[in-house]
Design a protein around this ligand. Structure first.
Ligand code: PEP
Length: 250
């Protein structure tokens, strides 16, 4: 046993209407989940639904935003600051998701700036990293992930409020899940990198989620790998099967 508590995030991405939000929240509120003793649950709806969830979601589940700005708020049209999230009692933020890196051109440095600022404001951060299919086929997976994490290591001293989500880009939203062995290998490589470049205690204590087409069918085997400490779930977090994923280790 690693002693690291399982952490599962539901990333709703840019989905949902008020009626759908209500239906998902009702389902989650009624679900039996061994929370908070055996699992931490973090739900990341679109920004506009955060206050709705704040008022209706069970209090043993945490809330996350899917992004925030690199620094203090101001003249940044369309952005949301870390201060606004803490003001709404949102305790987590997902940063560096591959959709933002690719579609919004967020560089490793920009993601690292966001992570450092969010942590400085007391937010907890799920930092996403992962390689494309082309990079995996060129055997660059470990180097890509190390580069993405190094950018953060260059700006951050304290790792206690950070969780890493390893999300191979080719597995996100595609139905092509990494095999438990592929995921375990990369998670172990991340711990080795952290142990060599940050510290052994950070390497052992940090929780590393796997993300990429996680479902009720594949979560048990993925979750039984020694270096997989939970999941970041996209599509399936909008469906009733999310509760089965939360109970993957039961
Ligand atoms: C994600 O958006 O982080 C994700 C892993 O999506 P999906 O589960 O749909 O692959």
């Amino acid at each position: 046993m690693s002693g690291r508590k399982l952490i599962v995030g539901g990333n709703w991405k840019c989905n949902g209407t008020l009626d759908q939000v209500k239906a998902i929240v009702d389902h989650l509120n009624e679900a039996h989940v061994p929370c908070p003793n055996h699992i931490e649950v973090v739900i990341a709806p679109p920004f506009c639904f955060l206050p709705v969830l704040r008022n209706t979601l069970r209090s043993d589940f945490h809330l996350a935003a899917q992004n925030c700005w690199t620094g203090k708020g101001g003249a940044f049209t369309g952005e949301i600051s870390a201060e606004m999230l803490t003001n709404l009692n949102v305790s987590w933020v997902i940063l560096g998701h591959s959709e933002r890196r690719t579609l919004c051109s967020e560089s490793d440095e920009m993601v690292a700036e966001k992570v450092a600022y969010a942590l400085s404001q007391g937010l907890k951060v799920i930092l996403c990293c992962g390689e494309t299919l082309e990079q995996r086929e060129k055997n660059e997976t470990n180097a890509v992930v190390a580069r993405q994490i190094k950018a953060v290591a260059d700006k951050v001293q304290s790792w206690g409020n950070l969780v890493i989500a390893y999300e191979p880009v080719w597995a996100i939203g595609t139905g092509k899940v990494a095999t438990p062995q592929q995921a375990q290998e990369t998670h172990a490589a991340i711990r080795t990198w952290l142990s060599q470049n940050v510290s052994e205690s950070v390497a052992q204590q940090i929780r590393i989620q796997y993300g990429g087409s996680v479902s009720a069918t594949n979560c048990k085997e993925l979750g039984s790998q020694p270096d997989i400490d939970g999941f970041l779930v996209g599509g399936a977090s909008l469906k009733p099967e999310f509760v089965d994923i939360l109970n993957a280790r039961i």
